[in-house]
Ligand binder design. Structure first.
Ligand SMILES: [Zn+2]
Ligand SMILES: [Zn+2]
Length: 277
């Protein structure tokens, strides 16, 4: 009896040890590969560049306020650095640019991208696609909150808590759902996960840098990342590809990651086109 018990306990310990040792391979742990902003102390303040239309301003404000309840980070909304070109939504070193426009029938509701070197995030962008948010299906408070909340959180290094749309809502915007009504904001587990990601201190900072240091390959800044053809290889796909993570490797430890929320195909009611390159 006790032998069985101990064996069960040992197995549990080994499983948790395996999760701790290989965070990058276990997406269930809710951070994407332990990517994080380098900073020397907590809480740190991350600037969110406002390049969104007035229809989005209150949602961006809600997202900023929600995530600022974290004990390790605050966000503040600043004038956008790429307002004149929301289509490309070019990144700004040391912060996150948030953009909205009608990106067209791209298939995606929202995209978050981070530029990393090693495990450190150096800049990020979020795009929300008004081509879909202008339709009656998505032009709702709940969908706008969920997508803005989730995409901005990806630029902190936070992953989804759950990727099965058919189970009950967890009460967090990091939970995929067909009904966003109760998944519009973070929950306690999200804040705990942020505390875990940002528990350590770094000797350097990648937050609020005015220029990009460390020889980022020029191609990393110049590419238009608007579609899957530019996103690199698909490294994670869940539940028929409703959510997907792409990685583009520029060498020397430099990478760009792209997180996507696809729109539901309105014509046949199934998830969007998942056979894209
Ligand atoms: Zn670090
Ligand atoms: Zn996501």
């Amino acid at each position: 009896m006790s032998k069985v018990f101990h064996r069960g306990l040992l197995t549990a310990l080994l499983v948790s040890a395996a999760f701790a040792a290989f965070p990058a391979s276990t997406f269930a742990n809710h951070s994407w590969g332990n990517y994080h902003w380098a900073r020397t102390s907590n809480p740190f303040t991350l600037k969110l560049g406002d390049n969104v239309s007035s229809a989005w301003d209150s949602y961006l404000a809600a997202t900023s306020s929600d995530w600022s309840q974290s004990t390790v980070l605050d966000t503040t909304i600043v004038p956008g650095g790429t307002s004149s070109n929301v289509m490309s939504c070019r990144p700004t070193a040391g912060r996150v640019e948030v953009c909205s426009t009608t990106y067209g029938n791209t298939g995606w509701l929202g995209v978050a991208q981070i530029w990393t070197r090693g495990s450190h995030i150096r800049q990020g962008t979020v795009k929300v696609n008004d081509t879909y948010f202008n339709t009656s299906t998505y032009n709702t408070t709940a969908w706008r909150n969920l997508v803005m909340c989730q995409e901005v959180a990806h630029t902190f290094g936070l992953d989804h808590q759950d990727e099965d749309s058919s189970n009950p809502n967890l009460g967090t915007c990091m939970d995929y759902t067909d009904d966003p009504s109760t998944n519009q904001h973070p929950n306690q587990h999200d804040y705990e996960q942020l505390e875990s990601i940002y528990a350590h201190r770094d000797r350097t900072t990648t937050v609020e840098q005015t220029t990009q240091t460390g020889n980022m390959p020029p191609a990393m800044a110049d590419i238009d990342f608007s579609g899957p053809a530019q996103w690199g290889k698909l490294i994670h796909s869940s539940h028929g590809g409703w959510k997907e993570l792409y990685e583009l490797d520029f060498g020397g430890g430099n990478k760009v990651f792209t997180f996507v929320i696809w729109a539901t195909d309105e014509e046949d009611g199934t998830n969007g086109d998942h056979d894209r390159p």
